[in-house]
Design a protein. Structure first.
Length: 216
């Protein structure tokens, strides 16, 4: 499987990320503690309410919103596919830059399971030098209805809204359809969509292979 997840390939994007000083930081000598990551997650929650899907941003805000749908068929029963696919920890190893997932909360309310987590990625930007990206997320798992939602937020205010739906195709096969909505500044939206879709497609392929060959 080709692993080209969100590689920063243009000087403009690299410069935009580095100048923010917020979205990413040079690889630290000492990693943040889980408690520090949890505090950062809570700040993102309180400040940006990234779990809320609002209407598309107005043009004068300098932001844009784009939606894409991708799907894949997996030769395994829907219950097994759902449980394996919805477990964010199973995405480790499917994503070349994803190094760690830190879960801050995991609880059930009203029949919906909520998982609050931060994904840590190390991304080579300039001359292969890695920077650390922290993506804060909330996942809401509706197992009885065979779908889950994941909303993420990464500085500089890049947001994704995801709804992943599982359909029983019969004969032990399952279709997974991801409805993806990306929101970012007009300077970063094309990069965000192109690399975001490519990342999700590669992860889909990796999960399909792992499920079908019995690794998951």
């Amino acid at each position: 499987m080709t692993k080209t997840f969100r590689v920063i390939t243009t000087p403009l994007v690299a410069l935009a990320l580095l100048l923010t000083g917020l979205s990413v930081a040079p690889k630290p000598a000492r990693a943040e503690t889980d408690a520090q990551l949890a505090a950062s997650w809570q700040l993102a929650w309180d400040t940006y309410r990234f779990y809320e899907k609002l209407t598309a941003p107005l043009p004068w805000t300098g932001r844009s919103q784009v939606t894409r749908d991708i799907s894949i068929d997996i030769n395994a029963p829907i219950d097994h596919v759902f449980d394996a696919y919805s477990n964010i920890n199973n995405h480790l190893g499917m994503h070349s830059f994803l190094k760690r997932v830190v879960t801050h909360a995991d609880y059930t309310d009203g029949g919906v399971r909520y998982v609050n987590f931060t994904a840590i990625e190390e991304i080579p930007v300039v001359a292969g030098v890695p920077i650390t990206s922290r993506t804060h997320a909330q996942q809401r798992i509706h197992r009885d209805a065979y779908y889950y939602e994941t909303d993420t937020w990464t500085l500089p205010n890049v947001v994704t809204h995801q709804k992943i739906v599982f359909t029983d195709l019969g004969n032990g096969a399952t279709r997974v359809t991801e409805h993806l909505t990306f929101e970012a500044s007009i300077l970063l939206i094309d990069f965000t969509v192109t690399n975001g879709v490519a990342s999700h497609q590669a992860t889909q392929a990796g999960l399909k292979a792992a499920i079908e060959n019995g690794d998951l």
